[in-house]
Design a protein around this ligand. Sequence first.
Ligand SMILES: NC(=O)C1=CN([C@@H]2O[C@H](COP(=O)(O)OP(=O)(O)OC[C@H]3O[C@@H](n4cnc5c(N)ncnc54)[C@H](OP(=O)(O)O)[C@@H]3O)[C@@H](O)[C@H]2O)C=CC1
Ligand SMILES: O=C([O-])CC(=O)C(=O)O
Length: 258
Amino acid sequence: MKIGLIGAGAIAHFLLEEINEKRQENLRITSVFVRDREKHHLLESNYGVKLYTEIDAFLDSEIDIVVEAANIEAVHTLLPAAIRKKDVVLISIGALVDEELLAELNTLANEFNRRLYLPSGAIGGLDLLQNAHVLGTVTSVSLTTRKPASSLIEETIEKEKVIFEGSATEAIRRYPKNMNVSIVLALAGIGFDETSVTLVADPKIDKNIHQIEMTGDFGEATFTIKNNPLPANPKTSYLAAMSILGTLKKIKQKLLIG
Ligand SMILES: NC(=O)C1=CN([C@@H]2O[C@H](COP(=O)(O)OP(=O)(O)OC[C@H]3O[C@@H](n4cnc5c(N)ncnc54)[C@H](OP(=O)(O)O)[C@@H]3O)[C@@H](O)[C@H]2O)C=CC1
Ligand SMILES: O=C([O-])CC(=O)C(=O)O
């Protein structure tokens, strides 16, 4: 499968290293869409990719699938064009809190017979949540995220501090680079306004910790994920990058688990 990558940051570098440098069977990144060719020109010689700054040329290049690893704004501006032409894996899932955009992408995916893949990112338990909510009987979902204080706030603090409490809708609006997980959780479960989020800045941790609690007719479930950060961008967890690779590998699998 030939992959076109949007973005050239921490997650993109992880994918270029794992797929093009270390090799993954049947996967190859061939095209990379960037907004600044000069800044990223070394990618061409380092990873054997071709850089694009024009979205149509990128989408018309010889790729089978697009992987977005940029930001929420890029999803707004680029994804409607992308989904018309290719299947898309999207990691800046926070963009989908915009219900108009979500509906537009859904309509286009149907019209052009494309798929939109949303990896589980830095969390897990989405399979359980979707099954538990298949009859609409999950009654509460909450997420408590703790990140190193230095990756969330400017001030120096001695003790942990709750910096946000509210809905997933508000969480992604206030913390667009840190709360994508709340939106995938809301999409898998009971919705943006009903999914409760607490964000804690903790000066004593070096991991991105997500604790998820759900209740419903199925019973109760609790998940805690203690993520190592990606060194190139400590706001981003290593697992988030790995989840894209996991999604890409599953696309061609005949045995599907979960
Ligand atoms: N769903 C989840 O669980 C998670 C999602 N994420 C999200 O994944 C995304 C990528 O994360 P990460 O790699 O750590 O971020 P980085 O900040 O390291 O990299 C972002 C990259 O996107 C590029 N970019 C931004 N806008 C555009 C655009 N319009 N066109 C092309 N490229 C663009 C930037 O370009 P330039 O180099 O020119 O600045 C940069 O190279 C983020 O939105 C992040 O919030 C992260 C963790 C978990
Ligand atoms: O990587 C993480 O731990 C979570 C994150 O940044 C996000 O969801 O935006």
